[in-house]
Design a protein around this ligand. Structure first.
Ligand SMILES: Nc1nc2c(ncn2[C@@H]2O[C@H](COP(=O)(O)OP(=O)(O)OP(=O)(O)O)[C@@H](O)[C@H]2O)c(=O)[nH]1
Ligand SMILES: [Mg+2]
Length: 499
């Protein structure tokens, strides 16, 4: 009876019945966060220690939902992907049975994993094992921070390459680096709990729109629409913005900003690559009453044009009058990898060994070149793991250090690597410059970056120039209005119009 009652609650309060399946430590923690929010969830790991931690403190995923899939009682894959794969292959039937037992009537399997370690990086082995269940799947994967080891980055690049080769599976790519920059001050013991809540919140929020007591729908985003986006097998990007006015300009800025530089997802999506887009506006009465109904229709039309014909889903909800701002929630599904992925591949390349020009290109399939061949572990997982565990484990558990000076992080990385903080640093330097030399140096750098082959670098350069004053950078901004990237063009145009 209790079970039946739970099923009813589930059906009523969520549009899409998502079951989370976690792999490895990060995967387990993320699945536990879904469980905490009332979703069905399970966790698989090659380490009993990590599985035990899921039963502790605030997370508490019940023991019967945690499964050990290691070999010969080894505790963890010690970053050895080959061992992770072997564990999943060996237990494939058993894993499938456990998942099947918890997925009756489920709409979607959300497979969660941290890319970088040996277990979570083997996620495609798991999705292959679960394919037989014929439930749509989305993989939510975290990419390692820049402070993690070369092994973590090579593992992550390989895992991502395998993931994008699998057809029919959607993905959500989480940028642990950005989260570390934003939340680096949180104590180590609370850090992952905090960022995991931020990662899961938008997915959950879209799912509960129509059951919330604090909003009333004017035009609801249908649960079916949300499902369509989730199962579109694209790369999904969630973002949330706060607006003080419901104007078309503010809305488009929120949309572009969220796509190009989300605080949670890997950055560098492009509006023209988006195939489906859902936009939900939650606003108090005083903002809604200032906005004609036709405005929402115009936005839909505008978005359709900008995306070159994407499917657009729009929801409008009234919030309590006490609220001053409107919240705009966006979910975009695109079929191309975001530019930000290149950054991780570049780091994997540099730190993992010498790699050839093939890696420079990240088309919709990652050309990994020699990374595929790197032999970072001895064959025979047991030996290799013993040797490699201390280094890999300590890299993974070092608390995050956020560089104190943005310019400093620039010297540590290649000039091609787009990092928002570097450009914020450049802007500050320019603004506080006490000599023309400093200004000249910053200008030269920005003008050079405006011609970069990497569209994210061009975007940051143009955005910074626009911030510093379109008069100073008039010619570079004019050139940017012919950029091949629509977002870069729009930023440049807007800056020039302001001048
Ligand atoms: N967002 C988030 N990322 C995490 C969390 N835990 C670990 N990570 C990240 O996930 C990556 C993989 O780490 P783990 O999940 O510990 O690795 P694993 O899959 O258990 O693999 P092995 O430990 O080698 O067996 C790390 O490099 C971190 O970047 C978490 O709770 N949340
Ligand atoms: Mg682990």
């Amino acid at each position: 009876l209790k079970r039946a009652a739970e099923d009813v609650v589930r059906a009523v309060d969520k549009a899409v019945d998502i079951v989370a399946v976690g792999l490895g430590q990060a995967g387990g923690n993320l699945a536990a966060e879904f469980f905490r929010r009332g979703y069905r969830a399970l966790a698989f790991n090659t380490a009993t220690t990590d599985l035990r931690s899921l039963g502790l403190a605030e997370i508490r995923l019940p023991e019967e939902l945690r499964f050990y899939i290691g070999l010969e009682s080894y505790d963890g894959a010690g970053s050895d992907m080959a061992y992770g794969r072997e564990c999943i292959r060996t237990h494939a039937a058993e894993i499938r049975d456990h998942v099947a037992a918890h997925t009756a009537d489920a709409d979607l399997l959300l497979v969660t994993a941290g890319f970088g370690g040996g277990t979570g990086s083997a996620v495609t082995e798991l999705t292959q094992a679960l394919a037989e269940l014929s439930i749509p799947m989305v993989v939510l994967a975290t990419l390692p921070t820049e402070f993690e080891s070369g092994i973590a980055k090579v593992n992550a690049a390989r895992a991502l390459s395998e993931l994008v080769k699998q057809r029919g599976i959607g993905s959500i790519l989480i940028d642990n680096s950005r989260l570390a920059h934003q939340h680096g001050e949180v104590s180590y013991d609370r850090y992952y709990g905090r960022i995991n809540r931020m990662i899961v919140e938008p997915i959950d929020a879209f799912n509960r729109l129509n059951s919330r007591a604090d909003v009333s729908s004017i035009r609801s985003l249908d649960g079916e629409d949300y499902r369509t986006l989730l199962v579109s097998s694209g790369i999904l990007n969630f973002s949330t913005a706060t607006l003080t006015r419901l104007s078309g300009v503010a809305m488009m800025d929120a949309l572009r900003g969220g796509l190009i530089a989300s605080d949670i997802h890997v950055e560098g999506y492009h509006l023209e690559d988006v195939s489906y887009l859902a936009m939900v506006i939650e606003a108090p009465e005083h903002l809604l009453s200032d906005t004609a109904f036709s405005v929402f229709e115009q936005w839909s039309e505008h978005l359709k044009a900008e995306t070159g014909g994407a499917g657009i889903y729009l929801g409008v909800y009234r919030t309590s009058a006490a609220q001053a701002h409107a919240t705009v929630r966006l979910l975009a599904s695109s079929q191309t990898l975001p530019d930000g992925v290149q950054e991780m591949v570049t780091q994997a390349k540099r730190e993992g060994g010498q790699l050839q020009t093939k890696l420079q290109q990240v088309p919709s399939e990652l050309a990994l070149g020699e990374i595929e061949q790197f032999e970072l572990f001895r064959t025979g997982p047991a030996n290799a793991r013993r040797r490699i565990v201390p280094a890999a484990a300590s890299a993974a558990t070092t608390p995050y250090k956020v560089p104190t000076s943005p310019m400093h992080s620039n010297t540590a990385s290649s000039p091609q690597m787009p990092d928002r903080n570097i450009y914020d640093g450049l802007a500050k330097e320019f603004e506080h410059a006490d000599s023309d030399e400093v200004k000249q140096r910053v200008s030269t750098r920005l003008e050079k970056d405006q011609t970069s082959s990497n569209s994210l670098v061009r975007y940051y350069a143009v955005r910074t120039m626009s911030k510093l004053g379109p008069r100073v950078f008039a010619s570079a901004l004019k050139a940017a209005t012919h950029d091949e990237d629509a977002t870069v063009r729009a930023v440049a145009l807007k800056a020039l119009n302001r001048a």
